[in-house]
Design a protein around this ligand. Sequence first.
Ligand SMILES: Cc1cc2nc3c(=O)[nH]c(=O)nc-3n(C[C@H](O)[C@H](O)[C@H](O)COP(=O)(O)OP(=O)(O)OC[C@H]3O[C@@H](n4cnc5c(N)ncnc54)[C@H](O)[C@@H]3O)c2cc1C
Length: 306
Amino acid sequence: MSRYFAPTTAAEAAALLAEHGGARVVAGGTDLVVAARGGKHRMPEVLIAIHGATDLASLVENEDGVRLGALTSHAWIERSPLIGSHWSALADASALVGSPATRANGTLGGNLMNASPAMDTGAPLLVFEADVELLSLRGTRTVPVADLLAGAGRTTAEPDELLTSVRLPDLPPATGSAYVRLEHRRAMEIAVVGAAALVTLGDDGRVADCRVALSAAAPTCVRAREAEDLLRGLRPDGASFRDAAALATGAVQPITDVRASARYRRAMISVVVSRALAVAAARAAGTDIAVPANRNLPTVTAGSTG
Ligand SMILES: Cc1cc2nc3c(=O)[nH]c(=O)nc-3n(C[C@H](O)[C@H](O)[C@H](O)COP(=O)(O)OP(=O)(O)OC[C@H]3O[C@@H](n4cnc5c(N)ncnc54)[C@H](O)[C@@H]3O)c2cc1C
């Protein structure tokens, strides 16, 4: 028979994790419980349900950026004017997750710790160079998201560590970001491939900085650094986006599965990267493109920022 605990603080949850080896945290349950009911794995013997730990649902703003509690829901992120205007790619991503019910229950912490290669928030968090706080009885440590994600379904967190928050660092002026995914339908879908882009424009209108990350294209979300390097110093137009996007495929080894072949994924990576760059650059230039970018894509032509 399973044991079930419902701690009301993060510290209590960490203590329970230390006490019960093999215990699993459950937040919204939209990955863990749905997979167990679908027969993918057995329900864990010990469940630590953290939905009542109100200190994991906080929002802290300071001069470094913003810290979102692990229990922050996709529905909250999707509707947040703060996230939508400053860290738009994350709002684009959360707005695409599942259905309204999935977004109401599914959490940012659960999305990261489930570590699916197709998770939608991973690529945005990589382009923001976000980090997370992990809590255990040994104390708290800060880990960049890039170092947390270790592979399909794997993180570098220890079994007794609780993810307590995600920090989104502040961004320079004239910076825009976007997340775009290829999907076969508009709800209850998982990314076939996805791309997040961040573009900072210089005073001369050229790309001063640029970051690109991919989802559903490798065992975990990854940066596409060759694409980033190519774009720095160029004009933000359709031609340079397409050249950078073509390089992005070199960063990954897509797989063939039920949703797409590796060849199709490879071809589509450059499409989603090019679109994400166009939206990020347009937002950096001050154009209002509503969340989610996927449903509001501008027309991109060579010589324009879209
Ligand atoms: C119908 C449907 C559609 C979906 N569509 C999408 C989609 O489009 N895009 C997408 O990215 N995902 C999608 N998902 C997956 C899921 O909704 C998200 O990954 C969600 O963010 C998971 O959050 P959760 O709180 O429900 O996680 P849970 O299921 O509670 O937990 C997931 C995993 O993370 C661990 N965990 C949770 N919180 C913590 C914590 N604070 N510290 C340590 N470990 C923790 C759990 O132990 C478990 O291993 C979908 C799921 C369903 C059922």
